[in-house]
Write a protein that binds this ligand. Structure first.
Ligand SMILES: Cc1cc2nc3c(=O)[nH]c(=O)nc-3n(C[C@H](O)[C@H](O)[C@H](O)COP(=O)(O)OP(=O)(O)OC[C@H]3O[C@@H](n4cnc5c(N)ncnc54)[C@H](O)[C@@H]3O)c2cc1C
Length: 398
């Protein structure tokens, strides 16, 4: 097997590097590094999204008529690893990695033609209304109710943990339209406006003091029937299709490899003040162990991506990737915290635009906050325990 890039791929890599040198400005890299939140601040993410959209590189895997690049797997791998290496901000997934792919796979032509360009331009900023108080892992027990009145649905109920609902102008939601059958039956998938009188957003702060998510209360909120994806009462299969995209993420491992490089630089800096080499030896060994995991995840995700180009949806492999990537992210954040020792203890201000000096080195600023916030990754998108249940059933046949 030839693992070297071809001359065309090397020239593509140079093109990507040139683009990043020009467009990925230091303020964007610093803002991405500064934040401890799981999701990049909207302002930062959208600035980066606009630059990628202008270049035509925002949604490489989408069909060309809807903004895709028709890149090969290797090109996509090169692009994503160069972005990770250069410290590019993460993009917000609710539009680009959830409702976008869902519309492409299950939306009507009218829905695609209307919504896809608005996702790419950032005109629509989406949030996801799946979870409810009492319906998280057991999502099918959701109770938020929608009643059909003419050309509209009227919605009443509560959604919770809704990331960026306070910033979004659109929400995609699972609602109950029938109570008579099994829980999975009678669920409908709707898209609606956040900016309407029947929608109230109440903030929930994280333990690192970030405002990422919210409770959303619907009181006679309305959605157009034409904004339903799939048939009425058939929303469960639509919801699962979207979750497969949410869980599979992009090319897993690239971001982890660049996070491990960051730990290596920290170790080098800190060990220059140590008299013996045991500090560097111990932690470099731990970094190497995690690097092996990151590389194996990267190869696995490339294999999965290659099957997606044949038009498949990610399937239960997405549960495997979600579990592997998020467990590794947590291990890396734990190791980073361990490396900086007691500099991980004080609260550091990571809010956008803050000019409070960091305690210790500037590189330490977001480490403890990231460690705390990354606890969430094994919970959101369906907890890792639930993913293991799915793998046991769908992959192992247990
Ligand atoms: C940062 C963050 C962002 C989020 N953003 C959104 C969002 O934008 N939109 C949205 O709709 N939701 C969002 N969520 C919600 C997320 O999807 C739920 O938290 C998740 O599905 C778990 O549900 P729950 O919190 O109700 O926990 P529960 O379902 O009550 O689970 C509690 C614990 O029990 C375990 N458990 C439950 N059932 C089983 C079982 N059958 N087998 C084994 N273990 C089980 C779980 O793994 C978990 O450890 C977000 C969550 C977080 C943390």
């Amino acid at each position: 097997m030839n693992l070297n890039f071809s001359p065309e791929e090397i020239s593509f890599q140079e093109e990507v590097r040139d683009f990043l040198k020009q467009e990925l400005t230091q303020d964007l890299v610093n803002a991405a590094k500064h934040t401890s939140a799981v999701f990049t601040e909207k302002e930062v993410a959208m600035k980066w999204q606009k630059k990628l959209a202008n270049k035509g590189w925002l949604v490489p895997s989408w069909p060309e008529e809807y903004g895709g690049t028709n890149w090969t797997q290797t090109q996509r791998y090169i692009f994503s690893s160069e972005c990770a290496k250069a410290g590019a901000p993460n993009l917000i997934p609710m539009g680009l990695a959830m409702i976008g792919p869902l519309l492409l796979g299950k939306g009507t032509k009218e829905q695609k033609d209307y919504y896809i360009p608005r996702i790419i331009s950032g005109e629509d900023y989406w949030c996801q209304g799946y979870s409810e108080p009492g319906a998280g892992s057991d999502l099918a027990s959701l109770q938020c109710k929608a009643e059909r009145v003419g050309d509209e649905y009227v919605i009443n109920g509560t959604k919770i943990w809704t990331t960026h609902a306070h910033l979004a102008n659109k929400i995609f939601c699972l609602v109950r339209t029938d109570n008579s059958g099994k829980n999975q039956e009678g669920i409908t998938f709707l898209m609606l406006d956040m900016n309407q009188p029947g929608v109230k957003v109440e903030p929930i702060l994280t333990m690192a003091k970030d405002h990422d998510f919210n409770q959303v209360v619907f009181t006679d909120a309305v959605a157009k029937v034409s904004d339903r994806i799939g048939e009425e009462n058939q929303g469960w299969s639509v919801a699962k299709y979207l979750l497969e995209f949410e869980r599979s993420g992009g090319i897993g491992g690239s971001k982890s490899l660049s996070d491990l490089d960051f730990i290596r630089r920290l170790i080098k800096k800190i060990s220059s003040t140590h008299k013996d080499s045991s500090f560097a030896d111990t932690y470099n060994t731990k970094v190497a162990e995690l690097e092996i995991k990151a590389l194996s995840i990267q190869y696995t995700s490339l294999r999965i991506l290659s099957s997606l180009t044949k038009g498949d949806s990610p399937g239960p492999e997405s549960s495997m990737m979600k579990t592997l990537v998020t467990d590794l992210e947590q291990e890396i954040s734990e190791l980073t915290l361990e490396v900086i020792g007691y500099y991980g203890i004080p609260f550091q201000d990571t809010s956008l635009g803050s000019n409070k000096p960091a305690i210790g080195d500037e590189d330490y600023r977001s480490i403890a906050g990231k460690y705390q916030n990354l606890r969430a990754t094994t919970i959101y998108g369906g907890s890792n325990e639930i993913q293991r249940n799915i793998m046991a059933k769908a992959v192992l046949g247990l």
